[in-house]
Every structure is written in structure tokens, then in C-alpha cells.
Design a protein around this ligand. Structure first.
Ligand code: PLP
Length: 391
């Protein structure tokens, strides 16, 4: 008999639609995929070479659970530069992806019934990870009018004596919107006053557009830093999703507990991947800017196409590689059996052979998520098909 925990965990909805699209492709159907949650670029050459060198040198044994010291140095340097915080080695944990970092944090922060505030639309894994840790997700709905950002009033209302943590996803998956430092300030004041930990998922910090310089919540000063755990990784910035390297940095006692936990599950992350991540963080950074520029061109194109689609409204993404249009005007129309985001995604897959992700698992059933981590030609053809299918 499967445990209650095992029975209650939902499969990742983003992976489900990708699987269905893959199956159709295998049948020879020319599916255009907007489902991908990863860069379509190849991992830069110098990073691959570092990994190959690691293999050649026999760097293929267990590493310290918290990660090799050189990589923790490189992560410390990154956070010092980008976030303005100086972390020591004992405040940094390397894990098997940022997803693993957040999972570990949930496990060591939540007691049964502790509340984790998660703004919606949210990344699908946050509520599941909170629940798996015995925590209680408390969802704050945000609106397109507010750029999908939480207001101080809504945050204040959601906090209770059981609130343990707040998850800040900026730039956001699935909306691509981000918080300015001015917007973060009142939120941070509330969170610090109530002694709520801030889990800042900054996995898209290098993928921002319109000339914006990303500013982390840690820029608000020491009091905020003491309540913040930064989460980042190499997956999105360096097109390294399969290498599985992420990291967390924050208060020593939390990182220590997470390291202990990790020592009984995965142990240290893959030795070879750690060497690759080291090369990514310390090597030339031009590749990051090149990929970012490609994403920005695609963002401009896809936003332009949605401007022409009368039945969808959207907030222009300023980061990440997703657009999250409200398509609820397509629901409940005569002749089509579409009443929600799952129906619409299924309709688009079957009728237009275009794979998108339904918004419901992200906490917003009026929307669908399209990833623009695919070529401009694919985006153009996919949007042509969507336009034809919906209008
Ligand atoms: C992709 C992603 C992650 C984690 O990626 P890893 O490959 O596990 O490092 C974390 N948060 C968000 C919002 C993401 O989109």
C-alpha cells in the first residue's frame, strides 16, 4: 500500500504535456512545442570541456556533501557581486539543481502545519514541496493589473502566527514578471517584522530584458539578508538543465540542517557537474549575454503576435522565457468544448498540433503558458497555428 504522502503528491503537469507532445512527435506528427521549461541552446563548449577534463583526471569520486570548496567559492563570489552579500562556506550548499535546493529548504523549515506563503501564479513545484515537508501552502492570488506582484496589503492579510516562509519567484515562472526594489521594500519590511523566512528563487536573474538590471531583495540591507535564503543555479543561465547543479545560501543554521538532510539523501552533487558549474561561473560570460539577447528577440516577437490576437491578453514578460496570456475569452464558446485551461491546451495540441502548458497547475486557470525557449521559426509557425485555431 502506497503511503498517504506517496498518494497525495501530484505529478508535474509541465512534464505531462511535454510527454504527450513527444509521443505525438514519435508518431511522426509535426508538433510545435511551447512546453519546454529549459533553454534550447547547447551548453557552451568551455563548460563541456571542463567536465571532460574532470572525467579524464579521474575527478569521479564522492565530494563533500555541501559541494567542492572551489565551487562554493565561486558561488560566494557570485552572490557577493550580484546580491551584495558575503557568505562563508558554511552558508552555502550545492545541490542537485535549484529544485533540490528548495526541496531541502522546505524539509528543514517546515513543521507540520507551518504555513508557506506562495504567490499565484506559482511554479508548479512550490506547493507540492511545501506539502511534502508537512507544511501548508497559503496562496496569495495576484492579478495582471499588479503585474502579478503581491501587494503589501495582501501579504499582511496572509500572515498568521504559523507563517514560516514566503516564496519569492522573480523573474517569475510562469509569468516572466519581476519585482522592482521599490516594490520589494514594503514586502520585506512586513516579512522581517513577522520573522518570516524569504526563499528567493532567482534562477532567472540573468535573463531579464528591456535593459533592466536585476536587483535582488538582498539589496535591501542586512536585516533582510538575515531572513533570506537565496536559491540559484546554472540550469537556466548557462543552458545546463541536465547537469543538475543548484545552490542555496543563507543563515548558517538553516544551511547546516539542509546539508545534514542532503547527506542522507543524494550526498554531494555529481563531481563532474560541479567542475562544469565551476567553469560556468568563473569562465567567460559572453555566452550568457548572447543567449539573453536571443531570448529578448523572441520575447519581442511573441509579444507582438499576442498584440494581434484579440482573444488573448497578456502582461509583457520582462524576464525568464515564458509568456502567460489570459485566454479565458476562448472558454465557453459555441461549437467548442473548452471550459478551462486543460481543455484549451488539449484542443491546441489536437487541432493545431501545438503544445502549450495549461495554467491551472500554476494556480491560474484563465491562462496558458508558452515557453519561448525555441527558435523564432518555430515560434512563428506555432503562433500562426494558434491564431488559426482560436480565431
Ligand atoms: C527551472 C526552475 C528551477 C530549477 O531548476 P533546476 O534545474 O532544478 O536548477 C527553479 N525554479 C524555477 C522557477 C524554475 O523555473
Amino acid at each position: 500500500m502506497i503511503s498517504i504522502r506517496g498518494q497525495n503528491v501530484a505529478p508535474s503537469a509541465t512534464l505531462a504535456i511535454t510527454a504527450k507532445a513527444k509521443a505525438m512527435k514519435a508518431e511522426g506528427i509535426d508538433v510545435i512545442g511551447f512546453g519546454a521549461g529549459e533553454p534550447d541552446f547547447d551548453t557552451p563548449e568551455h563548460i563541456k570541456e571542463a567536465a571532460m577534463a574532470a572525467i579524464q583526471e579521474g575527478f569521479t569520486k564522492y565530494t563533500p556533501t555541501a559541494g567542492i570548496p572551489e565551487l562554493r567559492d565561486a558561488v560566494a563570489e557570485k552572490f557577493a557581486q550580484d546580491n551584495g552579500v558575503r557568505y562563508t562556506h558554511s552558508q552555502i550548499l550545492i545541490s542537485c539543481g535549484a529544485k533540490h535546493s528548495i526541496y531541502n529548504l522546505m524539509q528543514v523549515l517546515c513543521d507540520p502545519g507551518d504555513e508557506v506563503i506562495i504567490p499565484a501564479p506559482y511554479w508548479v513545484s512550490y506547493p507540492e514541496m511545501a506539502k511534502l515537508a508537512g507544511g501548508q501552502p497559503v496562496v496569495i492570488n495576484t492579478t495582471a493589473e499588479d503585474n502579478f506582484c503581491v501587494t503589501p496589503e495582501a501579504l499582511e492579510r496572509a500572515i498568521t502566527p504559523r507563517t514560516k516562509a514566503f516564496i519569492l519567484s522573480s523573474p517569475s515562472n510562469p509569468t516572466g514578471t519581476l519585482y522592482s526594489l521599490d516594490q520589494l521594500k514594503p514586502l520585506a519590511e512586513i516579512l522581517v517584522a513577522h520573522q518570516v523566512y524569504i526563499i528567493a528563487d532567482e534562477i532567472y536573474d540573468k535573463l531579464v530584458y528591456d535593459g533592466i538590471r536585476y536587483e535582488s531583495i538582498t539589496r535591501l540591507g542586512e536585516a533582510v539578508q538575515e531572513w533570506t535564503i537565496l536559491v540559484n543555479g546554472v540550469s537556466k543561465t548557462y543552458a545546463m538543465t541536465g547537469w543538475r547543479i543548484g545552490y542555496a545560501a543563507g543563515p548558517e543554521e538553516i544551511i547546516k540542517a539542509a546539508t545534514n538532510l542532503q547527506s542522507h539523501s543524494t550526498s554531494g552533487a555529481t563531481s563532474i557537474s560541479q567542475k562544469a558549474a565551476l567553469a560556468a561561473l568563473t569562465g567567460p560570460q559572453e555566452c550568457v549575454e548572447e543567449m539573453r539577447q536571443q531570448f529578448e528577440l523572441r520575447r519581442d516577437y511573441i509579444a507582438g503576435r499576442f498584440d494581434d490576437l484579440a482573444i488573448a491578453s497578456y502582461v509583457k514578460p520582462q524576464g525568464a522565457f515564458y509568456i502567460f496570456p489570459d485566454v479565458s475569452a476562448c472558454y465557453h464558446q459555441k461549437g467548442r468544448n473548452i471550459t478551462n485551461s486543460f481543455d484549451l491546451a488539449t484542443y491546441l495540441l489536437e487541432k493545431a498540433e501545438v503544445a502549450v502548458v495549461p495554467g491551472a497547475p500554476f494556480g491560474e486557470d484563465r491562462a496558458i503558458r508558452l515557453s519561448f525557449a525555441t527558435s523564432l521559426e518555430q515560434i512563428e509557425e506555432g503562433l500562426n497555428r494558434i491564431q488559426e485555431a482560436l480565431e
